[in-house]
Design a protein around this ligand. Structure first.
Ligand code: PLP
Length: 288
């Protein structure tokens, strides 16, 4: 992967970017990240992504870097992504480089800020119409899943399990509850009502989740933010995952069994259409 990246105040070719082996991100996973989408070169909900990052830095007692909005725009410009149907900016902030101690560096050191941008290929309409599959996987994350930390090993293992099980998504299950995906949130349809786990320390408060909840309310679709068991999930009429790169993704098979009729359901369809209409409106790009 080439392109121009940003590291600690400078834009440079990716091949020139160097990070110290004593960076606390490398040694401890002591950092946070964000992934923000742009459609036709315009960001969707960049303010919400940066607000989530800011909350994370506060919770972890890290510095919140300045100038991130401009950094995002500049990365699109420098990588010629302003006309791309969809692109993403990845941003990572760590507690910086210092001699290894478990406690915070004393005195404190500057954060490491690393960011890159690239085009993102959305699934074809045919793939979306056919639907996707998921498998349930035990959730092995720590007790602050609401923070978007770079410590992703449980998600890496869950996603690998999904891949080896021939599925697109991993459905994370803890204490019998179907919480979210390895890199996305999950919604279920029971009757005419949508259900998704409430925002808590057990799930990441997804920006796409928030947008979809808003769209459901605007469209008069009843929503319950409540815990859903895996047993219930297996009885859902429809299931879909939401996320920055996931958008609204229909799941037509869970653990090898059909979800509902085994086809993309009507509520999923309505919300996908509403989501793309929102994207088109906010980003001024025709996205279908
Ligand atoms: N849940 C988890 C565990 C995630 O890692 C992500 C995104 O990476 C999401 C949900 C979806 O969040 P968003 O819609 O903000 O991309």
């Amino acid at each position: 992967m080439g392109g121009t990246v940003f590291l600690n105040g400078e834009f440079m070719p990716r091949s020139r970017a160097r990070i110290s082996p004593d960076d606390r991100g490398f040694l401890f996973g002591d950092g946070l990240y964000e992934v923000t989408p742009a459609y036709g070169g315009r960001f969707l909900a960049l303010d919400r992504h940066l607000a989530r990052l800011q909350r994370g830095t506060k919770e972890l007692r890290m510095a919140f870097p300045q100038g991130l909005e401009e950094l995002h725009r500049e990365l699109l410009r420098r990588n010629d992504l302003e006309d791309e149907e969809m692109s993403i900016v990845y941003l990572q902030v760590t507690r910086g480089t210092a001699p290894r101690t478990h406690h915070f560096p004393d005195p404190s050191v500057p954060a490491t800020v690393y960011a890159w941008a690239r085009a993102f290929e959305r699934p074809t309409r045919e793939a979306w119409e056919k639907g996707f599959s998921a498998v349930s996987v035990v959730d092995r994350r720590w007790a602050r899943a609401d923070l978007k930390t770079i410590q992703l090993l449980p998600q890496v293992l869950a996603q690998q399990d999904a891949r080896e099980g021939g599925a697109t998504d991993a459905l994370l299950v803890r204490d019998g509850l179907a919480l979210e995906g390895a890199h996305n949130n999950v919604f279920f349809v029971f009757g005419d009502t949508l259900a998704t786990h409430p925002a808590s320390n057990q799930i990441l408060p997804g920006i796409t989740r928030e947008i979809v909840l808003g769209l459901a309310r605007e469209n008069g679709i009843p929503v319950k933010e409540r815990p859903v068991s895996l047993a219930e999930a297996h009885q859902a009429a429809e299931i879909f995952f939401t996320g920055t790169t996931t958008e609204v993704r229909p799941t037509v098979r869970l653990d090898g069994r059909p979800v509902g009729e085994g086809t993309v359901g009507p509520l999923t369809r309505r919300l996908q259409t509403a989501f793309l209409a929102r994207v088109s409106r906010e980003c001024g790009a025709a996205v279908t």
